[in-house]
Design a binder for this molecule. Structure first.
Ligand SMILES: *Cc1c(COP(=O)(O)O)cnc(C)c1O
Length: 382
């Protein structure tokens, strides 16, 4: 049987092949590889899409987070609050800059930081909160924004997995995730909601002064060529990636709709199985389902993963080891509560194939295999 893909980028490419090939060819014809009009055009188009004043493109999502932190007036040993259950980048850059990540536990249903855990972790040393929009979902940002105002903290959103998701405020107004806090960061890693054909990232802000600092930081600390005011980085989105992204940005809403449709089909067909918990959606965010992540009870996660693999069905554990158990953070991370939910998730989560070209026929195969696993397991127990 044909092996399925976690994320089928080839099928997606075939549907937009002519446009992508033309876009790449025009960059080569112009030999305009670094900065220039393709990058500017993409930054402008993305700013319009996001409804944000400034988009500063950079080399990848990890750099975006690092640039965001470097653009703030932080001092060594300042504390930055970050969820314990996330990809390493969110906290890695904090450590890299000699700041302390304060790791907070997440909510079992939303996979994201809770307002209560964040507030408990705040001290006089706290300078910023990094909410992570994990799997395309969001924590309760309206409440987190009020906390930030109350304690005078910066908010840096890690939107690497949720680009294009809308946040819905209690007055029914909406904003794109990544534009709610002081700074938003995203990644254009190929499998992300808006992925390029290599590495790429961007930083968002509505604040003119911060935008200036961010631009300088990403460009060797200078505004004017060869006049370096601060220590910066060399972090650029290259023009070929910008040209690819310019094509794909037009499809982003359609891609998110495809992910949502596939997610709802999984949930419709899996929600009755007592041994798994399907992902929850909340009224305050339009989930973009970067990942479709179920929780498998009774210690059966790894067995299910293996069973699926034997049938040519890939699945992934995002993430198997919470940050507080990572060797790299042993001496620098701080915690102010137990992190039991994060530990529990690490042992139960399983992400199923999810991409923009996933067909119901492919999903039926995955759903049937999951049902078969639990039927066999049930039979084995009786
Ligand atoms: C992918 C990702 C990043 C980093 O993006 P890169 O472009 O790979 O550096 C950061 N945070 C989260 C949550 C991610 O999923």
């Amino acid at each position: 049987m044909e092996k399925l893909q976690m994320c089928d980028l080839h099928k997606q490419y075939l549907n937009i092949k002519d446009q992508i090939n033309r876009a790449i060819q025009s960059v080569i014809d112009d030999t305009s590889f670094i900065n220039g009009r393709y990058v500017q055009e993409f930054a402008d188009n993305l700013a319009k899409y996001m409804g944000v004043k400034h988009v500063i493109t950079c080399a990848n999502g990890t750099d975006a987070l690092q640039i965001a932190l470097m653009s703030l007036d932080l001092k060594p040993n300042d504390e930055i609050i970050c969820p314990d259950f996330t990809f390493i980048s969110s906290a890695e850059v904090i450590g890299l800059l000699k700041l302390h990540p304060v790791l907070v536990d997440v909510d079992y249903n939303s996979f994201t930081s809770t307002v209560k855990n964040i507030e408990q972790a705040i001290t006089v040393k706290t300078k910023a909160i990094i909410p992570v929009h994990l799997f395309g979902n969001s924590p309760q940002m309206e409440e987190i924004l009020s906390l930030a105002r109350k304690y005078n903290l910066y908010i840096i959103e890690d939107t690497a997995q949720a680009l294009g998701s809308d946040y819905i405020f209690s007055d029914n107004s909406t904003k794109k995730l990544g534009t709610l806090g002081n700074i938003g960061c995203t990644s254009f890693f190929p499998s992300k909601n808006l992925g390029c054909y290599g590495d790429g990232g961007a930083v968002f802000t509505d604040d003119d002064a911060l935008a200036e600092r961010i631009k300088m930081t990403a460009n060797h600390g200078c505004k004017e060529k060869y006049r370096h005011q601060i220590i910066g980085m060399n972090s650029r989105l290259d023009a070929i990636q910008a040209a690819v992204l310019n094509v794909k940005l037009k499809y982003l809403d359609q891609y998110i709709d495809a992910r949502r449709k596939a997610a709802h089909y999984y949930t419709e067909n899996l929600k009755t199985l007592p041994q798994i918990i399907t992902p929850q959606e909340y009224g305050y965010v339009k989930h973009s389902f970067h990942q479709y992540t179920i929780k498998v009870k009774d210690g059966l996660r790894d067995n299910l993963k293996e069973f699926l693999a034997l049938q040519g069905i890939p699945s992934m554990v995002y993430y198997p080891v919470p940050l507080h158990r990572q060797e790299a953070f042993r001496t620098i991370a701080r915690t102010r509560s137990d992190l039991e939910v994060s530990d529990m998730l690490a042992s139960q989560v399983l992400s199923l194939p999810m991409h923009t070209e996933l067909s119901e026929k492919e999903q039926d195969r995955i759903i049937e295999a999951i049902k078969q696993f639990f039927e066999q397991n049930q039979a084995g127990q009786n």
